[in-house]
Design a protein around this ligand. Structure first.
Ligand code: AMP
Ligand code: MG
Length: 189
């Protein structure tokens, strides 16, 4: 069986950018991972059913609907073979509180070998969100971002205990993207 790695971090921390860099670096050595975006699997179903027009509307849906979409995504992703890297969230900030991105039934479908948590200072994340016109990010202060990151660390530790996967923290600091890419690539080798 291939390696299954889950990559998480608060919105705007740069998960997708770091993953793309690490994939490129590893491909030069013949190490191939298929990048999978968990939210895209959810969005495909949600858009087809006409309940959202934009992926950033999903976290505002009723939590029972979010969980239904989450379960369908997990089942579809579980069927993918080979080395995969799943871009998702330890927790999703919803109006009804933090929704676990990786509850027990998602984890038992995905069976991850490793969980990577991408982090940086909350002020940097705030700036990155303000600079990204492609997404409808929730307006949140740096204190809220810090709380979310703290919550995600707790969630990550619970996921490690539940599944036995290792938890790797990668810092994606301003001007140090290359360092984050190399750190992630090293963990994925
Ligand atoms: P992203 O592109 O990673 O920000 O994901 C887009 C949206 O997909 C998020 O705002 C969530 O609504 C949803 N999403 C992604 N991963 C999960 C997950 N594991 N559980 C629940 N919702 C998720
Ligand atoms: Mg992303």
């Amino acid at each position: 069986m291939g390696k299954r790695v889950i990559i998480t971090g608060v919105p705007g921390v740069g998960k997708t950018t770091v993953v793309e860099g690490a994939m490129k670096a590893l491909a030069t050595e013949g190490i191939i991972y298929q990048p999978i975006n968990f939210g895209s699997f959810m969005f495909e179903v949600a858009a087809k059913e006409g309940i959202v027009q934009d992926r950033d509307q999903m976290r505002k849906l009723d939590r029972t609907v979010q969980k239904k979409l989450q379960k369908m995504a997990a089942q579809a992703i579980a069927a993918i073979e080979g080395n995969i890297i799943i871009d998702t969230h330890c927790s999703v900030k919803t109006p009804q509180g933090f929704l676990p991105g990786l509850p027990e039934w998602v984890l038992s479908a995905l069976l991850p070998d490793m969980l990577i948590l991408v982090e940086t200072d909350e002020d940097q994340i705030l700036q990155r969100r303000l600079r990204d016109p492609t997404r409808i990010r929730d307006m949140e202060g740096s204190r809220g971002i810090a709380d979310h990151q703290q919550f995600n660390r707790s969630a990550a530790s619970a996921i490690g205990v539940m599944t036995g996967c290792t938890v790797k923290i990668v810092k994606n600091q301003d001007f140090l993207l290359e360092q984050a890419i190399q750190e992630m690539a090293a963990a994925l080798r």
